[in-house]
Design a protein around this ligand. Structure first.
Ligand code: NDP
Ligand code: OXD
Length: 309
């Protein structure tokens, strides 16, 4: 039994060391070093090269090193009959909540516009809004969305939320399903997307949805680029129905230099770094699952393959 780490972002050594420190008796390899493929039972992966999981005939578990698993379902050569696990971690949730709060406060106080004015040495005081003036809508009330919604309530915002099944979160008006979508959108001056990317949610941030948002609404997408129809977002920003957007995730990452988002004056961009899996808090849960795998116990944080998240 051993673990292989498959990722292409230069962080294999970081994760390998963390696993070794967490449990020196576990055998762990990077996928690009010589390793006994038949011995591998767990693949700890993040945006692996498609097809690479098929190299492991005795694989028993695919462990995503992030919360999202959409990239695993996009690999049609990934083994079908074995569990996929994902990260559920308090820091991942609180980092996301802090990112969303920062984006909303920056926009309420006009920071993105002031930054633009600064590049032109343009002194132009603007009216600002207060927390009590706006309602924030959180799409997706799972691990990250529910904490974000609660923290926004504590910060003093009026908060509405939307999910597939009905939720009850103190202080949050929760809507569910198709019937709840329109009243949820109509209330959302700020719309925060924290949905998983699935066949149901791909392209959900489209013209039809934007039309239902209040005039001047602001979109924050911290989930996946595939949720957004890029042309629709640009059209709704350009015609002024949306006042702006803060994006962390894109259809293609890194976003190609020629993409119109880069130069758009109403778009704030961050490089898919709203909330990042921290080896210190995530490796213990990976090792816990590895131990469970070795002793035939049920795994934690298992993804529902039917739902896709
Ligand atoms: P969860 O699986 O815990 O929550 C997903 C939520 O979305 C649930 O409330 C679920 O509803 C809801 N949902 C799913 N499908 C639908 C649908 N069709 N209609 C309405 N609601 C739906 O996910 P997490 O909170 O852990 O993570 C959310 C996403 O955030 C990840 O999938 C990932 O893409 C992204 N992410 C981005 C990061 C970044 O740095 N930008 C970092 C980490 C994650 P229900 O509860 O009823 O099932
Ligand atoms: C994740 C991410 O899904 O970082 O964890 O996007």
């Amino acid at each position: 039994m051993s673990i292989v780490i498959i990722r292409q972002d230069g962080k294999i050594d970081l994760w390998k060391k963390a696993v070794q420190q967490g449990n020196p008796s576990v055998k762990v390899y990077g996928y690009n070093e010589d390793h006994p493929k038949g011995d591998i039972t767990m693949a700890l992966i993040w945006k692996h090269p498609k097809g690479s999981l098929a190299n492991y005939p005795n694989l028993k578990c695919i462990a995503s090193a992030g919360a999202g698993v959409d990239y695993i379902f996009e690999d049609d050569q990934a083994p079908q009959g074995i569990p996929i696990t994902r990260v559920v971690d308090p820091y991942l949730a609180s980092d996301m909540s802090e990112h969303v709060l920062s984006a909303i406060l920056a926009e309420l106080k006009n920071f993105p516009t002031y930054k633009l004015q600064q590049t032109k040495a343009h002194w132009n005081p603007l009216p600002y809004r207060r927390i009590k003036d706006v309602t924030v809508g959180v799409m997706g009330l799972g691990e990250l969305g529910s904490l974000t919604a609660k923290d926004l309530v504590h910060a003093g915002f009026t908060v509405v939320g939307w999910s597939k099944s009905q939720k009850e979160i103190p202080g949050v008006t929760c809507y569910a399903g198709e019937t709840g979508k329109n009243p949820f959108l109509k209330a959302s001056d700020f719309l925060v997307c924290l949905l998983p990317l699935t066949t149901d949610t791909a392209g959900i941030l489209n013209a039809q949805l934007m039309e239902q948002l209040p005039q001047g609404a602001y979109i924050i997408n911290v989930a996946r680029g595939g949720h957004v129809v890029d042309e629709d977002l640009i059209a709704y920003l350009d015609k002024g129905h949306l006042s702006g957007a803060c994006l962390d995730v894109y259809h293609e990452e890194p976003l190609p230099k020629a993409h119109p988002f880069w130069a758009h004056p109403k778009i704030m961009m961050t490089p898919h770094y709203a909330s990042v899996s921290d080896t210190k808090s995530v490796v213990p849960q990976i090792l816990e699952n590895y131990e469970r795998l070795s002793t035939d116990q049920p795994l934690q944080n298992v993804v529902d393959r039917k739902k896709g998240y």
